[in-house]
Design a protein around this ligand. Structure first.
Ligand code: 5MM
Length: 343
């Protein structure tokens, strides 16, 4: 393992004013997204849609440091025959790959899941590196919803352990692991419950990373923010989300980690931007704080595109706008009226 090289890639992934596009929706998830805009989820449509984002030159050059791809996409070619990976690289962005294989029910823990995909991961990583991937992603899913009010220790520990095993395999293959322990926003819990569970999951994750001898200088953390569940009766203010999230991260994430790139988790586009911005406005942070959004970067372009070739330019404008707003938020320089000006 060349740690200097891993650290260089990790720092480039969280470079000032830039963040990561999570375009790694698995087949089932992208079908749901396409259903919502009335588009059939064919291989060609998935390619055309993703190609339009990767060819959004302004966004890709200035605000998108890297793109997380799904297995299908990393092997795909654009309409003109150029590999999609090349298009990403030519824009100065780094190709990455989702390597987890989704979740399975966790035995004896009703309603809880474990992320799978460690078997043969070493071989898959070698192939992805040859194909151009310089970072990878693995997402653990922790649900605070009913019937339990806290996840089980088994679930937290097993998922943290799998994240650490994945991260160690990535670094051995000279690939930067994005470590994503996601505590879902599903449910009616308040911000403090989310804070408590996320803090526990992060503590457990860094403990397992340590035991698996993962070099923290060569990872990027992708957590959820401390935020109330979608069904909660009490919404926390932007400032409260920012302050509690920063407090939680300062307690759990060593300064050796180059950067933290949040997931959006079901927040509205503008909420996800405002929260990131408010955290960066607090300042004096030991790591870079940026975005690795899927939905909060793609809602707008998906809607604008709606599967029609004549809408490609409008979809690219919508994507560039969200990328720019989040790029500003990563610097703590976003203002709400910038959204209105664009509308
Ligand atoms: C883009 O969505 C990713 C893949 O999800 P599935 O495996 O369920 O299809 C997801 O892992 C994503 O990278 C992160 O959760 C961040 O996405 P959001 O939409 O939460 O910002």
């Amino acid at each position: 393992m060349n740690l200097d090289e891993l650290n260089k890639v990790a720092r480039a992934m969280v470079a000032p004013g830039k963040g990561i596009l999570a375009a790694d929706e698995s087949s089932g998830t992208i079908k749901k997204r396409f259903d919502a805009i009335g588009v059939e989820s064919t291989e060609e449509n998935r390619r055309d849609y993703r190609e339009l984002m990767f060819r959004s030159t302004e966004a890709m050059k200035n605000h998108i440091s890297g793109v997380i791809l799904y297995d299908e996409t990393i092997w795909q070619k654009a309409k003109d025959g150029t590999p999609l990976v090349k298009i990403i690289e030519q824009a100065g962005s780094i190709p990455g790959i989702k390597v987890d294989e989704g979740t399975k029910p966790l035995p004896n823990c009703p309603g809880e899941v474990i992320t799978v995909g460690l078997d043969k991961l070493a071989d898959r990583l070698t192939k992805y590196y040859e194909q151009g991937a310089r970072f990878a992603k693995w997402r653990a899913v922790i649900d605070i919803g009913a019937p339990h009010v806290m996840p089980s220790y088994t679930c937290v520990h097993a998922n943290a352990h799998a994240l650490a095993r994945y991260a160690a395999l990535c670094q051995a293959a000279q690939i930067v692991p994005i470590v994503e322990p996601e505590v879902l926003m599903d449910g009616a819990h308040d911000i403090d419950r989310c804070f408590e569970v996320t803090r526990w999951m992060l503590k457990e994750t860094f403990q397992e990373l340590f035991h698996n001898r993962v070099a923290l200088e060569g990872i990027v953390l992708k957590p959820n923010m401390a935020i109330a569940g979608k069904k909660s009766a009490t919404r926390a203010s932007v400032q409260e989300v920012a302050e509690k999230t920063v407090r939680m991260l300062k307690e759990c994430v060593p300064a050796a980690v180059p950067g933290i790139a949040f997931l959006s988790g079901g927040q509205s586009d503008e909420e996800a931007t405002a929260h990131l911005d408010a955290m960066n406005k607090i300042g004096n942070l030991p790591w870079a704080l940026t975005f690795s959004y899927g939905r909060a970067l793609q809602h707008a372009p998906q809607k604008a595109w709606s599967g029609k070739a004549e809408n490609v330019a409008a979809a690219q404008r919508a994507f560039s706008h969200r990328a720019k707003m989040n790029g500003l938020a990563a610097l703590g320089q976003w203002k709400a009226d910038l959204e209105k000006k664009a509308a």
